[in-house]
Design a protein around this ligand. Structure first.
Ligand code: S3P
Length: 769
């Protein structure tokens, strides 16, 4: 990342740079080279004597002329910054200077032009064979104004520069060009010239061409005055770039004609398709197209930088929490993450329209939503947790045009693998830095037993996953009988979902009960599921029928508030209509074993899932040995249960929880480090933890945690758990990396403050992007 306070480079990278063309870009490059001490001498060629004279007066140049041979002698680097159509003439001049011995044969020759193939062709024509010093480059930067006066040494800071490395380029020349750009603050990326021209044709040249065209279309209209008078923000935004220099764009359109014509032809096809949708009044397809485009526009920045979805920039966040002593109130917790994921998946594959309410608008579930949009499903919303999913049926998904980005979400990646393995197209699944470290062979291996072709292309059986749809070769998956080595709902769900397309029956046997939302929701969509103890089976070839899904509040999110009330004096919290599916209530059972005061009321069912209001009051907790059969039923709640255990009287022992080591972080190691930072005596074991609680028996609620700085390792549940610790802390706790809280619990901090905690959220530009 560029540091504006950085001292000028001590060792120059060039002895003399010759800049050809002192317009905005050329002059800015010269100024940046000078300001950073990258060359002791800068000379320039420009046909405007006035610009040269001013640049000499400003001390920017040591010499300047309209004729290259006047000033170029002794240069070891030449930067061509002229309009693309002028490049052939400039190349001829440089070749002549080289032949005349004014510059060495290995002199670096680079440029800043918007097209690259034509630069190379011009060099080829001028030199015969490409010189070893030729390294074409293109800084993706500009400004509203042009010319020498508009120059800025900071113009390239944090902008991309594409450097085209040629087979003929000497390694030293490539390194020097890259180092110059990096030294002036740019981010260098390399690619071939052909690829550069193709990409820029789509991302820059086509939009400019369309902007000029739209203005021309409106200006040519009979009522053009009225048209412009009433042209609102949309027209202004869209046409802004049509104010750019016509000569420059004229040159670019000719210089990159092949790639631009291809991009224009594709654009034409898309436009015709859009026209057809409007003519045919195909509302579902039109909504699908617009929704996909809107989401792609919002999210592509995040996909590129592997950063969270909901934030519009690469922000990182931290919490500063001052101690508070009590919580109270009645609150609604956001929707269940597991159910939200599954509602999108099954709703998309169903026949008919599925309406979802209470959908969790957290990043993980949004990743699933985006994935299905990418595969052609029309999904309206979310608006206040409501979605309308226009199901495409079991065989209606379309291939995503890009790798499917799953952000931080293990559930999305693992469940989708099962679905994608059966499709008639190939897919690639990627995720953020944390997700690409998590084990994927646990689903890939059994899927292969079903005949799936799936590669975990990461280093250690990790994502990216490359999946060849089995139906591409007209084949189908085969049902298997699988004994799961771990009680994982994600593995179970992945295989059951793959089983929907498989020949015969797919059965999974789990060593312990794990959450059963997939089984329940399949049945709600009319798909038969056989449950025989811990053995669950589906037979392939059925269909799903759309239905309405009401997502209950997430008990895993409620857990933070349950523990908050349980450990803090005089507290009483009621959490409305929380899902109490028996495969998720381990947190209630464990807290009750620890003698927490919990009552359930208003029990009912929503969308096939039991719900209840949960009321928790402060009580003196006691340490326990956590029964192992409860581990899968509270698998996501251990970080906050460790906080409860730290406040309990006596020792709490967790065993049989090795799975915690492969969650969003190694939750055993990361929690132990954090607890120790806050003064808790705990011991890590291979499959769990022993915590010596600091609670007392005299009915008081003394501070058990000190203050300190916690690193959450970008794990949402670690961040929220240590927030809860502030209710029994003697000093301020700061938590780093809290932006991931958005994956499961948007506005956690707001709700926590509402009930009595004291969190200040600080957002800053991430240094890790
Ligand atoms: C989930 C299953 C659990 C859980 C995760 C969500 C699901 O993972 O930790 O947060 O929705 O199926 P495992 O199946 O890996 O235990």
């Amino acid at each position: 990342m560029y540091n504006p306070k950085r001292k000028p480079n001590k060792s120059p990278l060039s002895q003399q740079v010759c800049v050809i063309g002192l317009g905005l870009i050329g002059a800015s490059v010269a100024q940046a080279i000078k300001d950073h001490g990258l060359s002791p001498r800068i000379v320039a060629v420009d046909r405007h004597a006035l610009s040269l004279a001013e640049a000499m007066d400003d001390g920017l140049l040591q010499a300047g002329s309209a004729v290259l041979s006047d000033v170029v002698a002794g240069s070891d680097m030449i930067v061509i910054a002229v309009p693309v159509q002028t490049v052939p003439a400039v190349m001829n001049d440089i070749a002549a200077a080289m032949r005349a011995g004014l510059i060495a044969s290995d002199c670096i020759i680079t440029d800043v032009c918007s097209t690259k193939v034509n630069v190379i062709e011009a060099a080829q024509a001028a030199f015969g064979a490409l010189p070893t010093g030729l390294v074409p480059a293109h800084p993706i930067a500009g400004a509203e104004h042009s010319g020498y006066h508009a120059r800025r040494a900071t113009l390239f800071v944090n902008h991309s520069v594409i450097v085209c490395t040629l087979e003929s380029s000497a390694a030293k020349a490539i390194t020097t060009v890259c180092r110059i750009w990096e030294a002036i603050g740019a981010q260098v990326m390399t690619m071939s010239a052909t690829r550069h021209d193709q990409i820029l044709a789509h991302t820059s040249h086509l939009p400019h061409l369309l902007a000029f065209n739209l203005v021309e279309q409106l200006a040519g209209h009979d009522d053009n005055l009225d048209m412009f008078r009433y042209a609102a923000g949309g027209f202004r935004d869209f046409s802004r770039i049509a104010a750019s220099d016509p000569k420059m764009w004229h040159d670019i359109f000719f210089a990159n004609d092949d790639a631009i014509i291809k991009a224009l032809d594709t654009y034409n096809d898309y436009l015709q398709h859009l026209r057809t949708l409007i003519v045919q009044k195909d509302s579902t397809a039109l909504m699908g197209l617009l929704g996909r485009a809107q989401a792609a526009r919002r999210h592509f920045g995040h996909m590129l930088s592997s950063t969270p979805y909901t934030d519009t920039s690469t922000m990182s966040a931290s919490y500063t929490i001052t101690p508070s002593t009590t919580v109270s109130g009645t609150i609604a917790i956001p929707g269940d993450k597991s159910v939200s994921h599954r509602s999108i998946m099954l709703g998309s594959l169903a026949e008919g329209v599925t309406r979802v309410t209470g959908f969790l608008e957290g990043e993980d579930a949004l990743a699933t939503l985006q994935a299905f949009r990418d595969m052609g499903v029309t999904i309206e919303g979310p608006h206040d947790g409501e979605l309308v999913i226009h199901g495409v049926g079991m065989n209606g998904l379309k291939p995503s045009k890009t790798p499917i980005y799953m952000g931080n979400s293990g559930t999305s990646m693992r469940l989708l693998s099962g679905i994608l393995a059966a499709q008639s197209f190939d897919s690639v699944l990627t995720g953020d830095a944390s997700l690409t470290k998590r084990p994927m062979e646990r689903v890939a291996a059994p899927l292969r037993q079903m005949g799936a072709i799936i590669q975990s292309t990461g280093e250690k059986g990790t994502a990216p996953l490359s999946i060849t749809g089995r139906a591409t070769a007209g084949e189908t998956l085969k049902g298997i009988d699988y004994d799961m080595p771990v009680a994982s709902a994600q593995i179970k769900s992945c295989l059951l979902l793959a089983g929907l397309w498989a020949e015969g029956t797919t059965s999974v046997t789990q060593p312990e009960v794990s959450r059963d939302h997939t089984e329940r929701m399949l049945q709600a969509f009319g798909y038969p599921v056989t449950v025989d103890g811990n053995r669950i089976s589906v037979t392939g070839g059925g269909t799903l029928t759309a239905c309405d899904i009401a997502v209950p509040a997430d008990i895993s999110s409620a857990a933070f508030f349950m523990v908050a009330a349980a450990i803090s004096q005089n507290s009483e919290l009621t959490l409305k209509q929380v899902g109490i599916n028996p495969t998720r209530t381990g947190i209630i059972d464990i807290l009750k074993l620890m003698q927490a005061d919990i009552t359930l009321s208003n029990q009912t069912h929503v969308g096939g899932e039991p719900v209840a209001d949960i009321t928790i009051r402060a009580s003196q907790l006691v340490g326990i040995e956590i029964p192992e059969h409860l581990v899968p039923l509270a698998i996501d709640e251990f970080p906050v249960l460790f906080i409860a255990a730290s406040c309990a009287v006596g020792r709490t022992v967790l065993t049989g929880a090795k799975e915690l080591r492969v969650k969003e972080s190694d939750r055993i190691a990361v929690m132990a480090t954090g607890l120790q930072t806050l003064g808790i005596d705990c011991e890590v074991t291979e499959d769990g933890m022993i915590i010596n609680g600091k609670g007392v028996t005299d009915g008081s609620y003394p501070a058990v945690f000190g203050g300190g700085h916690i690193v959450s390792h970008h794990d949402h549940r670690i961040a929220m758990s240590f927030t809860v610790a502030s209710l029994r802390a003697s000093d301020t706790i700061t938590i780093e990396g809290t932006e991931t809280v958005n994956t499961s619990f948007p506005d956690f901090a707001g709700l926590a403050n509402q009930v009595g905690m004291a969190i200040t959220v600080t957002e800053s530009e991430s240094t890790e992007a």
